[in-house]
Design a protein around this ligand. Structure first.
Ligand code: FEO
Length: 178
């Protein structure tokens, strides 16, 4: 069954939201590079790559369903923050916004009785729980330690260990992963 226009348009919008997310996190990676916090920068670069993967998963799904891709403008992030906590507060707010968009997509898939889209979107529902949780944990730590330089460098070292999921590249390329 081919995909309906309303769902196709909504998925194209979501591709844009995910690419905007990627661009936002890339600007945060640049901010942390300037602050000479390579671990925080690494975490944001991984986040950037994951968002690209989220966009490409939608891209590949839409192609598979016979929909056309319509890429849209990505706005420039402002890239100014007064504190490290503020960066993660914005990250959390942004992830909550993305969660609300995913939930709306699920609602739409149910309204259209598009069960293939609904099933596909469940991956994003789970992913958003994880995304929000990981940001909240970092924010909690940052709020506790921001004025303590030693603890900040310890957290930076912890964040330097984040690595890209081994499934990210095949997913971006639309290759089978199982
Ligand atoms: Fe793709 Fe972080 O939401």
């Amino acid at each position: 069954m081919s995909i309906e226009k309303e769902m196709k348009d909504a998925i194209n919008d979501q591709i844009n939201f995910e690419m905007e997310s990627a661009y936002l996190y890339l600007s945060m990676a640049a901010f942390f590079e300037d602050e000479e916090l390579p671990g925080f920068a690494n975490w944001m670069k991984c986040q950037y790559m994951e968002e690209t993967m989220h966009a490409m998963k939608l891209f590949n799904f839409l192609i598979e369903r016979g929909g056309q891709i319509k890429l849209k403008t990505i706005s420039a992030p402002e890239g100014n923050w007064d504190s490290y906590s503020e960066v993660f507060e914005e990250t959390l707010k942004h992830e909550e916004f993305i969660t609300s968009k995913i939930n709306k997509l699920v609602t739409l898939s149910r309204k259209l009785e598009d069960y293939a889209s609904e099933s596909f979107l469940m991956w994003y529902v789970d992913e958003q729980v994880e995304e929000e949780d990981s940001v909240k944990k970092i924010l909690t730590k940052l709020n506790r330690i921001e004025s303590n330089a030693n603890a900040l460098y310890q957290l930076d070292s912890e964040l330097s260990s984040r690595a890209l999921s081994p499934l990210a590249v095949p997913t971006i390329m639309g290759q089978p992963t199982e």
